[in-house]
Design a protein around this ligand. Structure first.
Ligand SMILES: [Zn+2]
Length: 302
């Protein structure tokens, strides 16, 4: 039974003693701001926002709206248009704040429907990122300009149902949201879908690009090679999982064989929401649902 929707209002009122953390930089003319919530010197998880000319990709985790606003003003970009890749709080977290500042916020239609209302999140999400405030986004159609370059909008489900990427063929850039994350991903959220993630990687590997603008760590060159490595890694773990499953090994035993050094702490801390076992589970049985999100996307309203 999922208790987190009942506990969510309690965590929402809890004053977590975090400090905001930022780090800025610029490569290939793309400015970036890395943000996170820190309980010591370093953030538990950080996420990148990218700013190219008048366009910003994603908005980071909640509570950093002021810092983002100051950063863009210092970069002499008054009101960038914001493109959201998906609804997760570390990407949409400051959209409502920036909208109040008069910025235009754009997203895919599924993300729009999810962000229109509050959704319950788990304890660790409250602690690490915080909860997004609902906002009303404009819906992206087929292509949009990022700066002066045409960007193709590519659905990239797997990590979640509403995720999109932005591909700039003229520059050879791919803003991949959370479709990449790492060459050898070891952890999945409970609702990540392995089969969809694999299809997404195969689709992205067909594109011609070199700069991979992942939201959790860009690859400024050889980005496509990094993505191909992840695709091969996924094919390898899928094959090994099926092999061990046919030999009769349990979910836990397969996880132990394929990810012998995976962090138990991460699994305990997130109540099992982020774990290596989730990858194996998704390969064998599909993803677990996020009931609220599924319900919103199933509803005919909006
Ligand atoms: Zn995400």
């Amino acid at each position: 039974m999922n208790l987190y929707p009942w506990l969510d209002p309690l965590w929402d009122r809890t004053p977590f003693p975090y400090k905001t953390w930022t780090q800025e930089g610029k490569e290939h003319g793309i400015r970036y701001l890395r943000v996170g919530r820190a309980y010591g010197k370093q953030p538990i998880f950080s996420v990148y926002l990218y700013l190219f000319e008048d366009t910003m990709i994603d908005t980071g985790c909640p509570g950093l709206g002021k810092e983002i606003w100051q950063w863009t003003q210092q970069e002499k970009i008054k009101k960038p248009k914001v493109l959201l890749t998906h609804h997760h709080e570390d990407h949409s977290g400051n959209a409502a704040y920036l909208q109040k500042e008069g910025w235009e916020i754009w997203s895919g239609s599924k993300t729009k429907r999810i962000l229109a209302q509050p959704t319950a999140i788990k304890f660790y999400q409250h602690m690490v990122w915080g909860k997004y405030h609902p906002c009303s986004t404009k819906v992206l159609s087929k292509n949009i300009l990022i700066g002066n370059f045409e960007a193709k909008i590519i659905p990239v489900p797997g990590h979640c149902l509403d995720q999109i990427a932005f591909y700039l063929p003229e520059r050879g850039w791919l803003f991949s949201a959370d479709a990449f994350v790492h060459e050898k991903v070891k952890y999945f959220r409970g609702d990540e879908d392995f089969k969809q993630s694999l299809d997404t990687l195969e689709k992205l590997c067909q594109l011609d690009f070199d700069v991979l603008l992942c939201a959790h760590g860009p690859r400024w060159k050889n980005g496509k090679k990094s993505l191909e490595k992840k695709l091969n890694w996924f094919r390898e773990i899928e094959e090994r999982t099926q092999e061990l499953h046919h030999k009769g090994l349990s979910l836990g035993e397969i996880t132990q064989k394929i990810f012998p050094r995976s962090s138990r702490f991460l699994s305990y801390f997130t109540g099992g929401d982020i774990s290596s076992k989730n990858i194996i589970n998704s390969i064998l049985y599909g993803s677990k649902e996020r009931p609220q999100i599924e319900k919103i996307l199933r509803s005919e309203e909006c």
